[in-house]
Write a protein that binds this ligand. Structure first.
Ligand code: F6R
Length: 248
């Protein structure tokens, strides 16, 4: 993993959005589509804001972009304030010219007996468009990427998972109480993520310092999914000073 420490949160947004814009334009010039893997949560908000700015002010077009989100809570209605569908439309998609048919987010309202088939179809769709060119990741306190909680293997694919107690506690404030946080989620697997040709993992704030160190410098460990990124040939970890504090 290449680690880039930046002093300002906004600089991470500028760097990552700049890389995405370059990829989109490069693909566009070859008449190809850019395939992006997207994350939700607080960390990528700045990247999305910067992409929206580039769309408005610099003519960056998303007409040839296909997106796949990492995860969604289960069960979760798409119009709920907690849903990652709603998050993506409010924080990015509504403000750019992406085609709705090119947007893919795991469906949180499927009946349980249809989940496995839908997860397999999600994987198939990613393969069908040629794989993810650029994947954005955050990191949870458990070391999860997507919702690949401790125990998620390097071969794991898109599936229904149980959320870790720490993850549910971290989400409690957003849900006005831990008891309201769903117990399960749909997530791309570790293998799905590692298939991406290029990965940017982002972390900011002192509360991430411990897990950033574990992810970058610790042994590769099934208990910390982010450590598997050490095996990926083109991953960059963007951290601010606070999140980098424990790195040696
Ligand atoms: C979200 C996701 C999660 C988050 C992680 C960090 O789609 O896949 O892995 O990236 O929980 O969340 P924040 O950025 O809110 O600290």
């Amino acid at each position: 993993i290449r680690t880039i420490v930046v002093h300002e949160h906004d600089d991470i947004a500028r760097l990552v959005a700049g890389r995405i814009a370059a990829l989109i334009r490069e693909k566009q010039s070859r008449g190809e589509r850019a395939i992006l893997g997207l994350a939700t949560g607080s960390t990528p908000i700045g990247v999305y804001r910067e992409l929206i700015r580039m769309h408005r002010e610099e003519g960056l077009s998303f007409a040839n972009v296909v997106t796949f989100n990492l995860d969604e809570y289960y069960p979760m209605a798409p119009d709920s304030i907690h849903s990652y569908h709603r998050y993506m439309w409010e924080n990015l998609f509504s403000h750019i010219d992406v085609r709705p048919e090119n947007v893919h987010i795991p469906e949180g309202m499927l009946p349980r007996d249809q989940v496995d088939a839908a997860c397999a179809a999600y994987e198939a769709k990613i393969r069908e468009v040629g794989g993810i060119d650029f994947q954005i990741l955050g990191i949870g306190k458990t070391g999860h990427i997507g919702f690949n909680e401790p125990g998620s293997g390097v071969e794991s694919r898109t599936r229904l998972v149980h959320l870790d107690a720490i993850t549910r506690k971290d989400a409690a404030a957003d849900f006005f109480g831990e008891e309201n946080v769903p117990r399960e989620a749909l997530t791309m697997g570790v293998a799905t993520i590692l298939d991406a040709r290029e990965i940017a993992i982002l972390a900011t704030g002192e509360h991430k310092a411990g897990i950033v160190r574990r992810a970058v410098e610790g042994e590769i460990d099934i208990e910390v999914a982010a450590t598997f990124l050490q095996r990926h040939p083109a991953t960059t970890f963007y951290v601010d000073d606070a999140a980098a504090a424990d790195l040696t």
